[in-house]
Design a protein around this ligand. Structure first.
Ligand code: ADP
Ligand code: ASP
Ligand code: MG
Length: 398
């Protein structure tokens, strides 16, 4: 039995008309003898709308209840897609996370997939032509409903493909993976093949075309990911092993992460156990920090890092707890930053990339710089976003 796993994102299932077009496309595949598992996201912006509703009734919604709410979005689209498929004469059913036995860890809003009820899914595929599974959601060992973090449907799809040992196709509103977000730079070039490591770095640094954990899973299980456009036949991009990529440019792409806030915790005593406790607390709260720096001025310490703007309140509460015994500390939040990065495995051996990076950005005031083996990132004020991206695209011929 030849099964294909295909994922359709929010914009692809945004209306009944679009859902019917997907059903049409699947009908063609089924007629040709294929069987498809479709993993779907919530319709259009419905997850955003549900989050807005939650914030209307509670300033910091309870994480468990938020997952109860958000998982409804994918159940709406999955059932509609199954109905549309049935209306085209295709044997189809939908399953939510609970029914598909998608077991996750117990961290609400950021759960990780542990396993699927593979037997049930394979048994159902004996009878069906197309099975529709809700993305983004699962259940804990205790039967609690969880979500995987924003953009997590990609991870649901790749994890399911990995469990079944097949490759995964991810369909969205763009025709593949580009050197830079085509919304930001319409002349971006499409990348035919990109290595797992580069895609992982691009995704973690803001390229939301793929959820970074989906790439992690694909790499771990050797699953090839195809990214293409839902409604066009234009050839897309593959994320695969770097060995199949013959010619490698030094810099493959440029990513942008918006809504960054630089946090300064000031007037701390020179006590590194305190630094450890701060980062421990931040980690147990599930807060993602980035671009860390510590300034030791002998009389006191300043700990600085970046977070996404929306986590300010959560961070403030966490710091108040961990620093409750101290008197003079204070926190400053400098908002309105973006993080711009260039990525490429060629940087491992290429020399002079940093120099070209700074040359390109000579007119942009840079706040902070971080590097990894295959990326260079800088924090800059939002107003320089477009000019920085343009300059990097030009410098590295992206
Ligand atoms: P979906 O809802 O289908 O999951 P997303 O909105 O999550 O789709 O991801 C697709 C979007 O990713 C595109 O609309 C595009 O603006 C953005 N994007 C960011 N970086 C890139 C990139 N390097 N290549 C392609 N798309 C990108
Ligand atoms: N619907 C979820 C979100 O908007 C999951 C996804 O789209 O992948 O984040
Ligand atoms: Mg997405």
């Amino acid at each position: 039995m030849e099964i294909t796993v295909q994922k359709y994102g929010g914009s692809s299932v945004a209306s009944s008309e679009k859902i019917l077009r997907i059903a049409e496309k699947i009908a063609g595949k089924v007629k040709a003898g294929g069987k498809v598992i479709l993993v779907v996201s919530a319709m259009g912006k419905s997850t955003d709308n549900l989050i807005r509703l939650a914030r209307e009734v509670a300033s910091t919604p309870d994480p468990r209840e938020l997952d109860m709410l958000l998982t409804t979005g994918e159940q709406v689209s999955a059932s509609l897609v199954a109905m549309a498929l049935q209306s085209k004469g295709i044997k189809s059913k939908s399953l939510n996370g609970f029914q598909a036995g998608i077991k996750t860890t117990a961290r609400y809003n950021e759960a990780k997939i542990v396993s699927f009820d593979k037997k049930k899914i394979i048994d159902m595929m004996q009878e069906l032509d197309a099975l529709v599974v809700t993305g983004f959601q699962g259940i804990t060992e205790e039967g609690e409903v969880t979500t995987l973090g924003r953009g997590g449907s990609d991870t649901s799809a790749v994890a399911l493909a990995a469990a079944l040992g097949v490759d995964c196709e991810i369909y969205s509103d763009v025709a593949g993976i580009y050197t830079v977000d085509p919304r930001l730079h319409p002349n971006a070039k499409k990348i035919k093949y990109i290595s797992y490591d580069e895609m992982l770095e691009m995704a973690s640094l803001g390229a939301k075309v793929l959820h970074s954990r989906s790439v992690e899973i694909a790499k771990k299980f050797g699953i090839k990911i195809y990214c293409g456009s839902t409604f066009s036949d234009e050839e897309g991009s593959f994320v695969a092993d770097e060995n199949i990529i013959i010619e490698q440019p030094v810099v493959t792409g440029c990513s942008l992460m918006e809504n960054q806030t630089q946090v300064f915790i000031k007037h701390l005593p020179v006590d590194y156990s305190l630094v450890r406790r701060i980062f421990e607390k931040v980690a147990t709260e599930g807060l993602n920090v980035d671009m860390i720096s510590i300034i030791n001025s002998e009389s006191d310490l300043v700990v600085s890092f970046t977070i996404v703007e929306s986590k300010k309140k959560h961070l403030q509460a966490a710091l108040s707890k961990v620093l409750s015994d101290l008197k003079d500390w204070n926190v400053e939040y400098h908002t309105g930053y973006v993080k711009v990065s260039i990525v490429g495995i060629g940087m491992r051996s290429g020399i002079g990339v940093a120099s070209s990076f700074f040359k390109a950005l000579q007119n942009v005031p840079i706040k902070l710089v971080t590097t990894s083996e295959i990326a260079i990132s800088c924090l800059i004020a939002e107003q320089y976003k477009n000019s920085a991206v343009e300059a990097l695209v030009k410098e590295f011929n992206l």
